[in-house]
Write a protein that binds this ligand. Structure first.
Ligand code: C5P
Length: 307
């Protein structure tokens, strides 16, 4: 598409969000659902660069660039531009300058795929422009702006293994959570999140828990992953039956556990090591060239940042 900004730009990585477990435990009066979700982040994601410019610019590249709106209409526009506008308002209100900026988005993640691509991009904009403009906002203010952009944006600000409750905005680090080797597979059938929540038959499921205890080490976290569920999986599979095929394909490729992330249609398969994940991803990508398939390693809690 168009060129990326030149050297000296601020770069931010927008990691794919993976809901290893997602329990729907209730519904608020405003229609939003109460969740209990175990979330980790992949070493696969979008890349954003920010550089001062004569006027505001937004350029895109990458496999999925063509699937996104380029304008900032409040209802249909790109979340990147909404995030820029919100942070600028708050920066100016704080009496600081928020000059024109060229934002370049390398869109590597499929949109409307249940791995938080738009939310991760919005969080990366908040982190990147906070570095560029230095408005001196505290973490609470940034989290509030993040939540105003979407329920999943606050968790993407941290991009560390976590448990999310409330509507996704109450975040507790998953202390001791291990890195995982997995394969992500998406049939490139976009799914609108509201339609999946609306199709739920049961909105009052038990929370995430092994006998009420918080896991103390990696093996207990893995046990929790295995014993939990994604309560959106059945509803999403009714909307897009191909999800059954994706889960079957991951299991047939050797995954020890296959489950949908978020509201779908991306599913993840867990593997014992990076090599078997890579081999399975290669086989699956060869068999299904029409799908998005990628091997990925997730960050352990306490690891350094992804690139
Ligand atoms: O907050 P966000 O705009 O990302 O949410 C998109 C839609 O997903 C909401 O309008 C709502 O229908 C649904 N949703 C929900 N409960 C949540 C998060 C999202 O019902 N906790």
């Amino acid at each position: 598409m168009t060129e990326a900004p030149a050297g000296g730009a601020i770069c931010e990585f927008a990691a794919a969000k993976i809901n290893l477990a997602l329990h729907v435990t209730g519904q608020r009066g405003d229609g939003y659902h109460l969740l209990d979700s175990l979330v980790t982040f992949a070493d696969l994601g979008d890349r954003l660069t920010f550089s001062p410019s004569e006027s505001d610019r937004f350029t895109l590249s990458g496999r999925f660039a063509g699937d996104l709106p380029h304008h900032d209409d409040p209802r249909t526009g790109n979340l990147v531009l909404k995030a820029r506008n919100r942070l600028r308002e708050t920066t100016v209100e704080a009496g600081e300058a928020a000059g024109p900026v060229h934002i370049h988005l390398e869109k590597n993640l499929p949109p409307a795929a249940g791995i938080g691509g738009g939310s991760a991009d919005a969080a990366a904009v908040l982190r990147g422009l906070d570095r560029l403009w230095q408005p001196g906002l505290d973490a609470e203010t940034l989290a509030r702006i993040a939540l105003s952009l979407g329920a999943d944006v606050p968790m993407c600000l941290s991009s560390r293994p976590l448990v999310a409750r409330g509507i996704g905005d109450i975040i507790v680090p998953a202390t001791g959570f291990p890195g995982l080797d997995m394969v992500l597979a998406n049939p490139l059938r976009p799914i609108a999140t509201p339609a999946v929540f609306a199709a739920l038959e049961n909105r009052h499921n038990p929370p995430l828990s092994i006998e009420g205890q918080t896991p103390a080490d990696a093996s207990e976290w893995i046990a929790l992953v295995r014993e939990s569920r994604n309560d959106l999986q059945l509803a999403a599979s009714r909307i897009a039956p191909v999800i059954h095929g994706v889960l079957d394909a991951l299991s047939s490729a050797g995954a020890s556990l296959a489950r949908m992330s978020g509201s779908g249609a991306t599913c993840f398969g867990l593997f014992d090591d990076a090599e078997s994940a890579r081999a399975a991803a290669d086989r699956l990508a060869h068999a299904r060239p029409d799908w998005f398939v990628a091997a990925t390693a997730t960050l352990a809690e306490g690891d350094d940042d992804h690139v």
